[in-house]
Design a protein around this ligand. Sequence first.
Ligand code: SF4
Length: 234
Amino acid sequence: MCRLCPLHAQRTNAVPGEGHPDTEVVFVGEGPGFNEDQQGRPFVGAAGGLLNELLRAIGWKREEVFITNVVKCRPPGNRDPEPAEIAACAPYLRRQLEVLDPAIVVTLGRHSLGTFMPGARISAAHGTQRPVDPTTGAPNALAYAMYHPAAALRQYSLRETMLDDMAGIPAALLESRARRSEPVGELPVDPVAEQAAGVIETVEVVDAVELETVLAGVATTPEQVDDDQMQLFG
Ligand code: SF4
């Protein structure tokens, strides 16, 4: 188990992340909290409940995206992760993004924002997107900035802002798809109608990406949690 930074000393579980291995959308928060540390899963506390709610507001399911953090072990007392800790943990996030190759990286909070939109301020950048530097690991993605759900738990008025920002993600996804598609001349004439028609994809659900598996660069083995097939972004 990783001991590359001091956060290993007080963790109960590392929290590598979880979600669908073929998703186009990766949410990156700051670090695990108490519940996440206990369960080894990201965003399972109150902030996770709000994130689930925000996803439902645009018709998406948690299992259809991938959720992780810039540091995989809980900072004691839920303090902010230190720059050196973020740097030490960066290879894990970078490898996850290389494997997942998302179209959109949704940053949750300012530490994630600092990784994918260096120099941006959350108050100005939320609800906006910009191309991701491929050195982050995401080869061809747009970063889309949002507040951290925990901020909206502390400040109720931010919920409306987060709902508005979440509502902008599908359009950002369409823009990123257009950027990634080749040749450019074959882009859909009406991308909204294209989405409505939808390419129905079946999905499988994975619990988590093991840190060692990520380091080894071995593709995740999806774990089928039930026999139902879901529509991705349907
Ligand atoms: S936070 Fe990241 S680098 Fe630090 S011990 Fe945990 S897995 Fe390793």
